[in-house]
Design a protein around this ligand. Structure first.
Ligand code: G6P
Ligand code: MG
Length: 216
């Protein structure tokens, strides 16, 4: 049995599936710019910051923009995205997510959110999960993108727990790497062939139990 004292959760793809909303908004932007953006290409954007996502999309379309134009495009996309997440409801929480975060708290394990999204608070409010996290570190509080461990190290620090006593839950390879770079254990959410290096890979938090956590 290990001595895990904190669990740090990514948001998009772990607690909620917002990838579909990101996809709709980016696809609309690509269409306005005159090219298509597929669901497969959307996979490249998981865990990637808004600015970097836009750059990837512009590369796909073979389009060059100035910094000022890029800022306007990212703002436009975000406005559409915010319109969609403002409609989110608690029934969009992924299966087992609420239950597992609560189960951690029930046994005295601290919980934090560690997400690149600057819209994290809006989403947590819409799904009624703000109070389930002892610390919330989002895209507004970090300067380095995953796989840099900053977001998770700040979370561990805010909780007062050593990185070696933390477990990170992540669906993106960049996030798995960020956790490993921070000296934390990591549970991948998705496919073992993609999330290489994770201590355990499950298909969703519904597969997680405190016992499995203790045996990492
Ligand atoms: C998460 C998502 C990414 C998204 C990023 C920034 O990491 O997985 O797809 O681009 O957050 O989100 P934001 O809400 O700040 O645009
Ligand atoms: Mg994610």
């Amino acid at each position: 049995m290990n001595n895990i004292q904190a669990c740090l959760f990514d948001l998009d793809g772990v607690i909620v599936d917002t990838a579909v909303y990101h996809y709709k908004a980016w696809k609309r932007l690509a269409k306005e710019l005159g090219f298509d953006f597929t669901e497969e290409q959307n996979e490249l954007l998981k865990g990637v910051s808004r600015v970097r996502s836009l750059e990837i999309i512009l590369e796909i379309g073979g389009v060059t923009k100035t910094e000022a134009e890029k800022e306007e495009l990212a703002t436009r996309k975000n406005a559409w995205y915010v319109d969609m997440i403002n409609q989110m409801r608690p029934d969009e929480i992924l299966p087992g997510a609420h239950e597992f975060v609560q189960a951690c708290r029930d046994v005295g394990i601290k919980t934090a959110l560690g997400s690149a999204s600057k819209n994290s608070m809006t989403i947590l409010e819409k799904i009624n999960m703000v109070d389930l996290f002892d610390a919330i570190i989002d895209g507004n509080k970090v300067t380095q993108a995953k796989p840099d461990p900053e977001v998770f190290l700040k979370g561990a620090d805010a909780l007062g727990v050593a990185p070696s006593a933390c477990v990170v839950f992540e669906d993106a390879i960049a996030g798995v790497e960020a956790a490993l770079n921070g000296g934390m254990k990591v549970v991948g959410i998705g496919s073992p062939s993609v999330l290489k290096g994770a201590d355990l890979v499950v298909s969703g938090l519904s597969e997680m139990t405190i016992e499995r956590l203790r045996n990492l």
